[in-house]
Design a binder for this molecule. Structure first.
Ligand code: AMP
Ligand code: ZN
Length: 112
């Protein structure tokens, strides 16, 4: 996906503040954080949105879910966190490459 900003981040063409990487997932800090800690977990493969997941993605999707609390712990978040996946136009999705927002840290937060 040549025009996808998250594919460009995965490819190293756009820099990011990386917090985690393996063969199929990348996590990095959101550029406009809503909370003291705000990371995005993205699959390296271009999957447009949550609505495009199939049974074949079950393990990948599960790994995103399992990674979230591990990253919050790694980043020193101890008071709980919030996970959000915006899907499609009406879901408020702006970047059309599946991503899970994971937000934590002491309140108040700028959004949410
Ligand atoms: P969404 O509205 O769910 O599609 O969220 C897209 C998120 O991507 C927003 O929170 C943006 O701040 C974030 N974002 C956009 N570009 C970048 C970037 N280059 N690096 C990190 N985060 C980004
Ligand atoms: Zn992409």
């Amino acid at each position: 996906m040549t025009d996808c900003i998250f594919c460009k981040i995965v490819a190293g063409q756009i820099p990011c503040k990386k917090v985690y990487e393996d063969e199929e997932l990348l996590a990095f800090h959101d550029i406009h954080p809503w909370a003291p800690v705000h990371v995005l977990i993205v699959p390296k493969a271009h999957i447009e949105s949550h609505a495009d997941l199939t049974d074949a993605h079950a393990q990948l999707a599960g790994r995103m879910m399992v990674l979230a609390p591990q990253l919050m712990k790694q980043l020193g978040v101890s008071g709980g966190f919030r996970t959000v996946i915006n899907t499609g136009r009406d879901g408020g999705q702006e970047v059309m490459h599946l991503h899970m927002h994971v937000m934590g840290g002491p309140r108040p937060w700028s959004k949410g």
